[in-house]
Design a protein around this ligand. Structure first.
Ligand SMILES: [Zn+2]
Ligand SMILES: [Zn+2]
Length: 292
């Protein structure tokens, strides 16, 4: 009897440990890995970098094995360039540390997976020294955006989300109005989703990818329902308002910024203090909507 109970206890404990460490566990043995190496975890790394737009599966015959090929090297270099790390193409500790932090799932590079993006627009702004990225703007006649909640949206999320909208209203020409029509009719469609939820960017349980939003005029805005969401900043939870502020930036057409102080920086940790807009966020939104 005792052994049965202790067996069960161990089973439950290991299940909890697996759940807690499932995210980016594949990164732990990759320190120092470089082109030409074989290493456990490289398959998952390639999937992760492809999800974020750094690795193009069409350029690699090694997507389903653990070989470090040219495409992965160029993806790692591009990741290091984006985040202003030392650009070596080698998986050093600094690169792995950043990759293992929770983050927004909206890709850092959109050129491969979203044909709707105006490429030339993105490139023009890459050449200047700012760290913000402009992806796509709403048309000039569209400055009032309606928002709707999917029917299962947790009630306590609504006030923090509205506060995030209001903050963007102060620095942009946009007004945000709740729609009393159907969920699908909102310009911005807000929902809490889990795992594969039909938009091509599956969530991944607690940790890892936390939320994502699509650029204009798509307006889908999803939180990973498996995170521990909170209306306050607290140790061990994730602040809805802080994450919402970041995602609304995508809804308005801003991409990720490499400025760690910017609201549009993609990584956010559990318990992290709420950010105010940085000069980079303000410069970004003004550059995207210069005539307002
Ligand atoms: Zn993001
Ligand atoms: Zn989604």
């Amino acid at each position: 009897m005792t052994s049965k109970i202790s067996f069960l206890y161990i089973l439950v404990l290991s299940a909890i440990l697996i759940i807690c460490h499932a995210h980016h566990e594949f990164l732990k043995d990759l320190n120092g890995t470089r082109k030409g190496d074989h290493a456990n975890g490289l398959i998952e790394l390639k999937k992760f970098l492809s999800y974020l737009g750094y690795v193009n599966p069409a350029n690699s015959i090694h997507m389903n094995d653990d070989f470090f090929d040219d495409e992965l090297e160029s993806g790692v270099k591009e990741y290091q360039t984006f985040f202003k790390l030392k650009v070596t193409g080698v998986l050093d500790q600094e690169t792995l540390n950043l990759m293992s932090k929770p983050r927004c799932g909206t890709p850092d590079h959109y050129f491969m997976r979203n044909s709707e993006v105006n490429h030339s627009f993105e490139k023009v702004h890459l050449s200047i020294s700012s760290r913000y990225r402009l992806v796509k703007a709403w048309p000039p006649n569209k400055r009032n955006l309606t928002f709707s909640y999917s029917p299962n949206t947790r009630l306590d999320a609504k006030v923090p989300i509205v506060i995030a909208f209001r903050k963007w209203s102060r620095i942009s020409p946009f007004r945000f109005l709740i729609t009393h029509g159907r969920y699908v009719d909102g310009d911005i469609k807000i929902g809490f989703k889990r795992w594969d939820h039909g938009d091509g960017y599956p969530f991944d349980g607690k940790g890892g990818i936390l939320a994502h939003a699509f650029y204009p005029p798509d307006g889908r805005f999803h939180f990973d329902a498996d995170e521990i969401w909170d209306t306050k900043v607290r140790q061990g939870t994730l602040d809805i308002q802080g994450v919402a502020l970041h995602e609304v930036g995508h809804i308005l057409g801003l991409g990720h910024s490499a400025d760690r102080n910017a609201v549009m920086f993609p990584h956010v940790e559990y318990g992290e203090p709420r950010k105010n807009f940085s000069q980079d966020d303000i410069d970004g939104i003004r550059a995207l909507y210069p005539n307002n």
